[in-house]
Ligand binder design. Structure first.
Ligand SMILES: [Zn+2]
Length: 604
């Protein structure tokens, strides 16, 4: 007993002495996090959150890599000291009497604040606290994860900070970026990305997340026995690829099957109820559906009536449906139920060369009207945007300039959720740059975009960075000059009189020759430049293939867009793809091998 009291007295005394000697509210001083490769700091995180504690250890590892200093991670049960990095909710915030009112902090808000030498990285829940740590690493310690393979870590024995008072809530609270690299677990955390399908049994979205009717009411199982479950086409014929959303029997079966499907991921909150992506799209024209659709001015009328009915059966879930194709126009009188999320995916068919907000093209004007119409009906609208060539993944797609403006537009509209569909297969036009820039914009659409792009280019491509920038600028301006719309299914030939003309390709190839020369002594960077060149090589190959087909008698002259013969270029293209496990090039040639075999027929 005596020992216990003695230790308690000692503890109280040391706390009083500590508070007396340290002015923990002082500001303006410089903070030596590490000094000459050593540190007297500790990182404090509650062990009660394993994810936050693991992130604290990650922060410690980065500090070690930067400075050589060991900053140990401790639970918040230890005695507080002034020199601490405190992460998330823990006892040391109160123990150190930090002057902050945490009751006012909202979800998604990230606070980086210094109190004298104490550094607080605070979010009210674990995921916000983790975002704070990586934001701190990026903004104040100069670390960056540019791709799943390239991480930038500065090298200094002395990490010195000045007083920080950062309080930021990203406009988009759900930031989903569908690129291969973004699924690397560290990349996801570092760049603060969400994924609808990540988290195993705890994934946010159930396994049904997009076009989904066929999963719940498969035509194979029901069409022959219950044709009334399926849509009537304009000629009065039942079609198996879409449902009759007004049929009561189908609704009952849907609820029964959907309930069973949900049991596989009971913790998933969001589930999709959306029409199939049919090769011949249609919707139900039965009298009941037609009556609602006529009244509502859109086939979304009958669909949303059905979706609302499903949502009423699952009040603790969010039911999503897609405002897309026939269903993009908002209904005139009915509104989405409170637990219905509308996924606006109408940008699919638009011209991606100009920003959505300022384009005067009629279909873009319609897109804006519909999107803003949905926002008048509900605040639960998620954007599903397309940022790359969906059909020809390897085709150059110079739309980087519009990304910031589009995300600023969505933020201004008050949209909180964004899903950006890039390229989930490895490869594609400048995937690493696109993914990283889009992650930056999703976090903060008002960054200095030009400087941010330069940062990536100069760190990822080294001395070749300015040449890649020149290529991006030239291809973008050539596209705009051509006036040819840029859509997600453009082949190279569509732009053969525009930004992918033989003359333009020759200019781009010259720029890439210079880029390769600039990093010829750095094998890693040279490799990245060659990978970035793949889409240009693909465009050059495709252009020459088309020209050769037109004029078989003059092959060598037509291939002058590149100094190499087509066969050599093809060999090099395939070799680089194989080296980097790049397999998918386009919807027509799903593998590099099939592309090589098909192309070889043209270069005999
Ligand atoms: Zn119907």
């Amino acid at each position: 007993m005596k020992t216990k009291y003695a230790s308690l007295t000692c503890c109280i005394l040391s706390t009083i002495i500590f508070l007396f000697f340290f002015n923990i509210d002082c500001t303006g001083q410089s903070i030596a996090l590490t000094s000459n490769g050593t540190s007297s700091y500790k990182i404090i995180a509650s062990r009660q959150s394993s994810s936050t504690y693991a992130t604290a250890q990650s922060l410690s590892n980065f500090i070690k890599q930067i400075s050589g200093a060991t900053v140990p991670v401790s639970d918040d049960d230890i005695q507080p000291q002034e020199k601490e990095i405190i992460i998330g909710n823990n006892k040391h915030i109160n123990a150190l009497h930090l002057n902050i009112d945490l009751s006012k902090v909202k979800d998604n808000e990230c606070i980086i604040k210094t109190f004298g030498n104490t550094i607080l990285l605070y979010g009210r829940n674990d995921s916000d606290a983790i975002d704070c740590v990586y934001w701190f690493l990026q903004k104040y310690l100069g670390c960056n994860m540019l791709s799943s393979e390239v991480t930038i870590v500065p090298n200094t024995k002395n990490i010195t900070l000045t007083a920080i008072n950062d309080d930021y809530t990203p406009p988009f609270t759900y930031r989903d970026l569908y690129y291969k690299d973004t699924y690397d677990s560290m990349y996801t955390k570092f760049n603060r990305i969400d994924h609808f399908d990540a988290g195993g049994q705890n994934r946010k979205w159930g396994e049904i997340w997009s076009a989904s009717f066929n999963y719940v009411i498969p035509a194979k199982k029901y069409f022959s026995t219950h044709p009334e479950y399926f849509a009537l086409n304009e000629k009065g014929k039942r079609i198996p690829n879409q449902l009759n959303v007004s049929d009561e029997g189908m609704f009952n079966e849907y609820i029964k099957n959907f309930t069973n499907l949900m049991k596989r991921y009971p913790n998933s909150k969001i589930w999709s109820v959306a029409p199939n992506d049919a090769s011949v799209p249609n919707y139900c024209h039965c009298p009941q559906c037609e009556t609602i659709n006529k009244r509502e001015g859109t086939p979304m009328g009958a669909l949303l009536t059905f979706v609302n009915k499903v949502a009423a059966k699952f009040p603790d879930k969010i039911i999503t449906t897609q405002a897309y194709m026939f269903y993009e126009e908002p209904p005139k009188t009915i509104k989405p139920a409170p637990n219905v999320l509308i996924v606006e995916a109408g940008s699919y068919l638009l011209n991606h060369a100009v920003p959505y907000e300022t384009s005067n093209e009629p279909d873009v004007v319609t897109y804006r009207r519909r999107l803003e119409g949905w926002l008048a009906l509900t605040d639960k609208v998620r954007i599903w945007d397309y940022v790359t060539n969906y059909f020809y993944l390897m085709c150059p797609f110079p739309n980087l300039e519009v990304q910031q403006k589009n995300l600023q537009y969505f933020a201004r509209l008050g949209i909180k959720d964004v899903f950006i569909q890039g390229n989930i297969a490895k490869g594609g036009d400048m995937s690493e740059l696109r993914a990283w820039l889009l992650a930056r914009l999703l976090w903060n659409p008002n960054i200095n975009y030009d400087n941010t792009m330069d940062y990536f280019l100069n760190h990822y491509y080294g001395k070749a960075g300015p040449f890649i920038k020149e290529y991006i600028s030239l291809s973008t301006s050539s596209l705009l000059k051509s006036g040819i719309p840029l859509t997600v299914h453009d082949s190279v030939s569509k732009h053969s009189t525009g930004f992918l003309s033989s003359n333009s390709l020759a200019q781009y190839n010259q720029i890439f020759d210079n880029a390769e020369k600039a990093v010829k002594d750095n094998p890693g960077q040279l490799d990245r430049v060659k990978t970035a060149r793949l889409s240009l090589m693909y465009a050059t190959l495709e252009t020459n293939k088309a020209l050769t087909a037109k004029n078989k008698s003059n092959v060598s002259a037509l291939s002058s867009a590149d100094n190499k013969s087509m066969q050599d270029l093809l060999e090099e293209f395939v070799q680089i793809c194989k080296k980097h496990n790049i397999v998918v090039l386009s919807k027509d040639t799903p593998t590099v091998e099939s592309y090589q075999a098909d192309f070889s027929k043209h270069v005999k």
